[in-house]
Design a protein around this ligand. Sequence first.
Ligand code: BGC
Length: 449
Amino acid sequence: MPRNIRGPFALAIVLVAALVLGACVPPAATTAPPAAPAATSVTAPTAAMTATAMLAPTAKMTATAMMTATAIMTATAPAMTATAVMTATPAMTTTAAATTTTGISLPSSIPNGATSGKIALLLPETKTARYETADRPLFEAKFKQLCPNCTILYSNANQDANQQLSQAQAALTNGAQVLVLDPVDSAAAGGIADAAKAQGVPVIAYDRLILNSTGVNFYISFDNQRVGELQAQSLVDRLTQLNIAKPQIVMINGSPTDNNAKLFKAGAHSVFDPLVSAGKLTIAKEYDTPDWSPDQAQTEMQQALTALGNKVDGVYAANDGTGGGAIAAMKAAGLSPLPPVTGQDAELAAIQRILTGDQYMTVYKAIRPEAETAAVLADYLLSKQTPPAAMLQGKTVNNTKMDVPSVLLTPVAVTKDIVASTIIADAFWTAQQLCTSAYAAVCSTLGIK
Ligand code: BGC
């Protein structure tokens, strides 16, 4: 097994043990969340909005009108056929196998799990490929396996926090008994979790933490500070390899309303800043990119190139979308060779750019265990049971109001040389998907088949 996927494998063992244990032991009584400790690593609320204020309709929308923007999907609807899911999902099967491609085992049913009910999945945007191609189909397939007769209300907020608020409100109005929420605005989403709690509806913070609320039951994500560290360290290592003395870099961070973006940025700065202080590296320009928009990232990079007379040795881009925008700007400005650029998400287009050398690295986050763990936790919440303690690895993350029980998965830095042993070995993408004619030669050199 490649060294860099041993972490996830070890986690798998813990999860298997936990779930086996959980199947044998009667569920423990639900414990109240710990009292609110002082805020630690997360930022203060950007908007002081009460739950009531948050839930006042911002647009003149009736619940019915709002629901038109929300796909109501029963688990037995035709859209959930294996074929539909397969088309949209990176190289992943929808069979009922208990073992995922990343080695994490999750149950195909939970003891005394729900046999009916309604939950809502609320995702933040569509500009980044992962949500519609991986998170949604993987979550839905797993939840359908656990509770074939349950209904999933699905919505995507298209990066609009107000729209997400309306969608959450509609889901509650329409009887959702659990919310699985990936917030557009981590701070504002605290109002959604407060409102859900007031109605006795538990909430899972999916991928991005929900801040400022005591209504968050679980948080499932990756070690996001580590994502930023991996990106920055890879860039520094590459610049050293290229023998560039005192390199000058540009930082393109993610959306300022996304708590993850803050963590990626903090992780990256923890690597860069000591080098800056030692006079070994310059961060010549740094941007926060509203909505994580690739177009905006391209504009930011154009501005940086103009201001710096094209003297850029490396680009820290927080994800593959923004990295793609930066690369487009540098190509348009005629930079050759392109300086190393980082990314995140292991998007197909990004892996192809890595094969051709346009992008230096990406961070691979195995979405299957993330989405499937969320589905398992949702089924525990729907059936009013407590998941086995070890499933949460005893971890909590503070959201300024409470310590949220958390599952944090391990991200992996991927450069050209380990695409085969990570992304392909894990079947995140198949060689066939990746190695289309333009990439066939490089795939064969790298042993990707
Ligand atoms: C996610 C990334 C994603 C970004 C933009 C972050 O919160 O963790 O995987 O690229 O949002 O949607």
